[in-house]
Each structure stands twice: as structure tokens, then as C-alpha cells.
Design a protein around this ligand. Structure first.
Ligand code: DIG
Ligand code: MN
Ligand code: MN
Length: 409
């Protein structure tokens, strides 16, 4: 479908002077070319929107107040392009980035669309496929570095199986480890300032995808040769598909200093990967995630790009796509403001202050025989401790009232 150029009126209604939730580049919001450029095609219907030229996407994201744009290699340079075509496309894209003040914080490789990857890329049983996947990824890393990317994401969408007898899962892990060790060495050999971020997903498009959650990825990273340069890129929808707490997955990544990037969107448990507008489903979980990332309760803050790996409903035209993009960013900023108010609320601070015990706390870590003896001898009134009410009902109601805007607005 030919690309339609539309000047949407929505942009004027979205941003007015003094609007505290108007997105700005300092908020570090990013979108992939494939997200706002999603044409609405799904397994049961063809595209409903025209393909967007990357240069048009850059201009519109800048207009919406975004900080940056991310890409798979094929999003920018169509598969099979000649070197001359590639260089022309990259030149024009770089000019659009400069003209509109957008950056490219993250890049990645499409190792899932082309039929050659139908049984995986790095984990494929065919060495020719694994060789082609490495070659395609090296070229895509070069492209990402040329555009200024500092984070390189690996989402193994086809690294999985349906007929699980097709390969020993241990062999699949070994092949993926070999590929990542090879590519980490490629980055180091070329002196690139680049870190890798591994993105987990439990299934779809494969019946089961290897390394299905962020937890699996964190262990896998510890087995890599160059593990210091490899972190994770958790996605809301992917952990939620498995019925897991996304905030807990992110917290474990932050605690391990491995949250190198993040994919924000919305999702209902037990459904296919919906990649919905951020915050549009489970507002409580979105609030708790933003509270964690923004560090409003006192913990460390996430300072990397806030990437929305999401797309507009299939019902939308291009104007609706930019409403979608603005909605992602505005909702994040609104929830951040609610989290600041919640953690500044004196009653919340009272209810969440740590329970202290100056006698027992020194005994709870750093084993010694003396500490063990003191623990055995400690006077702990178990029935009295067990009978204590923790007032979490009040705390959670306060969170609800902050979220619903009847408190701390
Ligand atoms: C899907 O969730 C994946 C791909 O879109 C991309 O490789 C990665 C980066 O956001 N997310
Ligand atoms: Mn997804
Ligand atoms: Mn993603």
C-alpha cells in the first residue's frame, strides 16, 4: 500500500502549554519503527494502515515528544537490499534523525520473519541457518553502531519448537551460547561501545520458546563468556503472558544490575502477545512498575530508555497511531506523578517504614557460631508476633485512592 502523508490534528490537542504530562525528549521515551509503523496485519486479516516511511516516523515521533527511535535491521533496510540501496537509506535516515533531533538508543536483528529462520536462527539444526544468522546479526550490529545505538537486543522469537523431539533443548542452549559468545567477541574485536540485552518470551510464534522468562535469561547470562556486557530487556506482555509479576522480574534484573533496557506495553494474562498501549490493561501493575523504575519508594532508579514495544489497535488510522503513542507516554508520566505523591504521603510512609529490631538484625546475615548461638537464645514471642496486624488493607486502599485520583491529586 502506498504511504499516505497525513498531518494529524490530534497533535495540537495532545500538547498545550503547561501540560505536566506532555512528553518531552528528557523523558527518554522511545518507539521501534515496527511499533508505530505496525500496519495492523494479524493472523486473521491483512494490513489496515499504509506502510510508514522511516523518515516519516522520525518526524512524527519528534512531533509527539519522543526521545528516540529503535529498529530491526529489516525495518530500515529491506531484506535483500544492495549495499548502494542500504547506504542511501541510512544516509536519508540519519538526516531525518538530525533534522528532528531524535537518537537511536537500541537496535536489533530480525531473525524471525524470513522463512529461512522457520526453525530458529542461532538454535537451528542446520549450520547454514546458524551461519546466516550470525552473518545477518554482524551486519545489523554494524548498522546499529553506525546509527549510535548503545544497546543491542536479542529476541529469539523463532528459537523454540513445536515437535520437541526435533532437538535436545540442551543443544539449543549450547548453540545460542556459542552465537552470543561469538557476537560479544565481534563487538569487542571492533571496539564497539555496545551492550547486549536479551529479551524473553514464553511462546508465540513458536509453541515453546527457549529461555521463556527474564529469570531464565538471567541464569543463561551467567553462563556466557562475556557475561558482563550482557543484560536483559524484559517486556511487560511477555512475563504477563506466563501469569508472572512483571515488576518482580524487573526488580530481580535491577538487583542484579542487569536491567539494560525495557519493553513497555500492556497485556491480559493468558492471551496471545497483545502489545497494547502502556497502562491500558492492568493499571495497578503499571503503577507498581513505574514506582519501581522511578525509585519513588527510595530504591535505585532506572535511567535507561523507556521503550514502548507496542502498537495501536487494528481499528485505528494513522491519527489513531499517534494518539496511541502519545497515550503510552502520557500514561507513564501520569503514573510517575501518582507514584511520587503516593510515596510522599505521610500515612503511606508510616505504613511502609521498615520494622526494626536492633538486637536481632545484626544476627540475620554473615553467619558465625556466636550469631547462631544468639539466635537460638533470642527471646521471640512467636504468638505475639503472629497476632500483629500488618495494615496492608489500608496501604492498598491508599494506593487505590492515589491511583483513582481522590488522594494526593
Ligand atoms: C518483540 O517483543 C521483540 C521484537 O519486536 C524486538 O526484537 C524486541 C525489541 O523490542 N522485542
Ligand atoms: Mn510483545
Ligand atoms: Mn519486545
Amino acid at each position: 500500500m502506498a504511504q499516505k502523508r497525513t498531518r494529524t490534528s490530534a497533535s495540537s490537542s495532545r500538547r498545550h502549554p503547561g501540560d505536566p504530562f506532555a512528553p518531552t525528549p528528557s523523558d527518554r521515551f522511545t518507539f521501534g519503527l515496527w511499533t508505530v509503523g505496525n500496519t495492523g496485519r494479524d493472523p486473521f486479516g491483512e494490513s489496515v494502515r499504509a506502510r510508514m516511511l522511516p523518515t516519516h516516523t522520525v518526524a512524527k515521533l519528534a512531533e509527539c515528544g519522543a526521545y528516540g527511535v529503535n529498529l530491526h535491521d529489516d525495518d530500515l533496510v529491506p531484506f535483500g537490499s544492495t549495499t548502494k540501496q542500504r547506504d542511501t537509506i541510512v544516509r536519508d535516515f540519519k538526516k531525518a534523525l538530525a533534522d528532528h533531533g531524535l537518537v537511536v538508543p537500541m537496535a536489533t536483528t530480525n531473525l524471525f520473519s524470513h522463512p529461512v529462520f522457520k526453525d530458529g536462527a542461532f538454535s537451528s539444526n542446520d549450520p547454514k541457518v546458524r551461519a546466516f544468522a550470525l552473518r545477518k546479526t554482524m551486519a545489523a550490529i554494524d548498522l546499529g553502531v553506525e546509527l549510535g545505538a548503545k544497546t543491542y537486543v536479542f529476541w529469539g522469537g523463532r528459537e523454540g519448537s513445536e515437535a520437541d523431539a526435533c532437538r535436545d533443548p540442551r543443544e539449543a542452549l549450547k548453540r545460542m551460547r556459542d552465537a552470543l559468545d561469538f557476537l560479544c567477541a565481534y563487538v569487542k574485536d571492533n571496539g564497539y561501545d555496545l551492550r547486549f540485552a536479551l529479551e524473553a518470551k514464553p511462546n508465540e510464534p513458536r509453541g515453546d520458546i527457549y529461555l521463556p522468562t527474564t529469570g531464565h535469561m538471567l541464569h543463561f547470562i551467567s553462563t556466557l563468556q562475556h557475561h558482563a556486557m550482557v543484560g536483559v530487556n524484559p517486556e511487560v506482555a511477555h512475563e504477563t503472558m506466563s501469569g508472572l509479576s512483571f515488576a518482580h522480574a524487573v526488580a530481580q534484573a535491577m538487583e542484579a544490575d542487569k536491567l539494560f533496557h525495557i519493553d513497555l506495553n500492556a497485556q491480559r494474562i493468558g492471551r496471545y502477545d497483545q502489545d497494547l498501549r502502556f497502562g491500558s490493561e492492568d493499571v495497578r501493575q503499571a503503577f507498581l512498575l513505574v514506582r519501581l523504575l522511578e525509585g519513588t519508594a527510595g530504591g535505585a532508579k532506572y535511567t535507561g530508555p523507556l521503550h514502548f514495544d507496542a502498537h495501536a489497535y487494528r481499528t485505528e488510522d494513522e491519527a489513531g497511531v499517534w494518539e496511541f503513542a502519545t497515550g503510552c507516554m502520557r500514561t507513564y508520566k501520569i503514573l510517575a506523578a501518582r507514584a511520587r505523591a503516593f510515596d510522599a504521603d505521610p500515612e503511606v510512609r508510616e505504613l511502609t517504614k521498615p520494622v526494626r529490631d536492633v538486637a536481632l538484625e545484626p544476627l540475620l546475615s554473615g553467619y558465625t557460631r556466636a550469631k547462631a548461638a544468639k539466635l537460638r537464645a533470642a527471646d521471640i514471642d512467636v504468638d505475639r508476633v503472629a497476632s500483629r496486624g500488618l495494615r496492608y488493607e489500608r496501604l492498598d486502599q491508599l494506593m487505590m485512592e492515589h491511583l483513582l485520583g481522590v488522594r494526593g491529586a
